[in-house]
Design a protein around this ligand. Structure first.
Ligand SMILES: Cc1cc2nc3c(=O)[nH]c(=O)nc-3n(C[C@H](O)[C@H](O)[C@H](O)COP(=O)(O)OP(=O)(O)OC[C@H]3O[C@@H](n4cnc5c(N)ncnc54)[C@H](O)[C@@H]3O)c2cc1C
Ligand code: SF4
Length: 517
């Protein structure tokens, strides 16, 4: 065997797994379809390579993979570091009630708690310092108080490094403080530029390539970017993983072997890969018939609101910072929380492109932010517990002919309660603070949703009759084949999911390595 373990994908599940297995002594290879990015090559700086195109990844391998399905669209990352490269840094621990039903009995809140703590420590999570509240934080707190929910306001844990001495009136890239993080990687501190979802220009985001993956590589793991895995088959007592290396605008096929394979390609891609192996390639014919079922949008919804009496300034400060917590089902019987969304100011960003530390361009950038037509906009955001009743499956591109493609059957009816509760709360919060909510017509007219938080498809359970993997992520019927990413989450968690995905991977590898030892 070429390696002890091959990890497919370098997002939250993959990076944690690669790090912990390498520390335990495994020879680990990480195959990642996306590129390695840094603040010079980010699409927001270069102005190109935004999108990943699944039909021609050899020529179009940007860092956002947007899949548009008939009733819902899904956004996900395609990069070394997975979704962490473009996420909004929220590192949330869901309430214990989330684990009360629908999960294997071995997974409890108490069992996961130490792993949540470990993830928080490695990713160096922090809250916005009290001297650096953004205008949106004040608005969210005012709105919560105005509807009688002031005690439900929370600052959130962010995977961002802050400088407690930073003065927000001085915003500019040159105020970021260079330092080495606990993993020995160079970073800066947050200057509240609002670009978290399009690449931090000062390296203040604690992305996976700066912590878990950096640790894995420092201890000997090999990471191969632009390696798109296309199939998995049994090879003797181990596994052979087939890939296309995306180079020179071409696909160069290859394969590699290992004793253990961990699929961590993200909810849609892990499920798609296993569906192909079961139903098209025939290499994993006995995977549970439950594969593809139990998909969740995690109840995401965004309602923009316009303000003339105050400036929420959505382009200032980290993209999301705080929440109003109704996860206890006290509002309309639904479990959800409301957050402040943010919007990068691309115009201001382009003005400073490639010149992150030039004071004159900082001035131009700030002038554009001050006069931005966006400054009166508040993107009220939310997640909640939906019905988790989506189904991922393969179908022919032209019904009976053409390539097999992933599709998502999503019936919103059973999730309408939570979305309606979120919308009415967004409206109440906006009206209570003098704003005008603009509920998107995609929802009011078409009941169409978009989510950056897909979950499920390879759900955990107690046997192949009700699930695809066990509580450690091992595929029923296939020893040493694991899935460890958002695909194994059996139902919506109702909060931003990355910390749960990472904690599940921490737990699974802890069991794997202690069992082996
Ligand atoms: C704009 C945006 C903002 C978000 N903000 C937040 C937030 O603030 N907090 C939060 O908790 N969550 C947030 N999320 C969601 C979060 O990013 C995901 O939940 C998380 O990244 C999922 O982790 P994962 O390990 O399941 O997969 P991912 O992080 O998606 O990693 C999967 C990796 O596998 C790679 N891959 C896929 N297919 C293959 C293949 N065939 N071969 C090789 N490699 C492959 C992908 O390129 C990717 O790098 C956000 C998402 C988006 C899009
Ligand atoms: S607000 Fe700007 S500086 Fe702070 S983490 Fe986000 S992108 Fe980086």
């Amino acid at each position: 065997m070429d390696f002890d373990t091959i990890v497919i994908g370098s997002g939250f599940g993959g990076s944690v797994t690669a790090c912990r297995l390498t520390e335990a002594g495994d020879r680990v290879l990480v195959l990642e379809r996306g590129r390695r990015w840094d603040r010079i090559t980010y699409p927001s700086v270069s102005g190109k390579d935004w999108l990943w195109d699944q039909h021609k990844p050899e020529t179009s391998n940007g860092w956002i993979d947007l899949r548009v399905f008939p009733h819902i669209a899904v956004a996900q990352g395609a990069a070394v570091g997975g979704g962490s490269m473009i996420y909004a840094n929220i590192s949330a621990v869901p309430p214990p009630s989330v684990f009360a039903g629908g999960w294997p009995p071995e997974i409890t809140y108490q069992d996961l708690a130490p792993h949540y703590a470990t993830v928080g420590k490695v990713m160096n999570v922090q809250q916005v310092p009290d001297n650096q509240w953004t205008p949106r934080m004040h608005l969210v707190q005012d709105a919560a108080t105005a509807i009688g929910a002031g005690d439900r306001f929370r600052k959130l844990d962010l995977a961002v490094t802050f400088d407690s001495a930073f003065d927000t009136s001085q915003s500019g890239y040159n105020h970021s403080v260079p330092h080495q993080n606990a993993q020995g990687v160079d970073q800066g501190t947050c200057v509240h530029c609002g670009n978290c979802d399009i690449g931090c220009p000062v390296d203040a985001k604690n992305t996976l390539d700066r912590n878990y993956l950096a640790l894995a590589e420092a201890k000997g793991a090999e990471v191969r970017p632009l390696h798109l895995v296309t199939g998995i088959e049994q090879d003797g007592s181990g596994w052979r993983v087939h890939f296309d290396h995306l180079a020179d605008n071409q696909r160069q096929p290859g394969s590699v072997t290992a004793h253990r394979v961990v699929v961590a390609a993200g909810t849609l891609n892990s499920t798609e890969l296993l569906l192909r192996c079961r139903d098209v390639l025939g290499t994993l014919p006995n995977i549970s018939q439950h594969l593809g079922y139990g998909w969740s949008s995690n109840g995401d919804f965004l309602t923009p609101a316009l303000y003339s009496n105050r400036k929420p300034e959505p382009s200032r400060g980290p993209t999301i910072t705080c929440a109003i917590d109704f996860l206890d089902r006290s509002r309309d019987g639904q479990s959800f929380w409301i957050q402040d969304g943010g919007v990068p100011n691309l115009l201001a960003d382009l003005a400073a492109a490639g010149q992150a530390n030039h004071p004159a361009l900082d001035w131009i950038r700030n002038a554009l932010l001050d006069r931005s037509p966006l400054s009166g906009l508040m993107p009220w955001f939310a997640q909640g517990v939906d019905a988790s009743n989506g189904r991922l499956r393969l179908r022919r591109r032209f019904e009976i002919v053409g390539a097999w493609e992933l599709t998502l059957d999503w019936d919103v009816d059973r999730s309408r309660g939570v979305i309606d509760a979120i919308v009415s709360t967004h409206e109440a919060l906006s009206h209570a603070t003098g704003g005008t909510p603009l509920v998107p017509p995609t929802w009011t007219l078409a009941k169409y949703l978009i989510t950056p938080h897909p979950l499920g498809g390879c759900g955990m359970g107690t046997g192949s009759e009700n699930a695809v993997v066990d509580h450690r992520g091992e595929v029923f019927g296939y020893p040493n084949l694991f899935v460890l990413d958002g695909a194994i989450v059996p139902e919506a968690v109702g909060v931003n999911p990355s910390r749960t995905i990472a904690a599940l991977a921490e737990r699974a590898v802890h069991i794997m390595t202690t069992e082996a030892g």
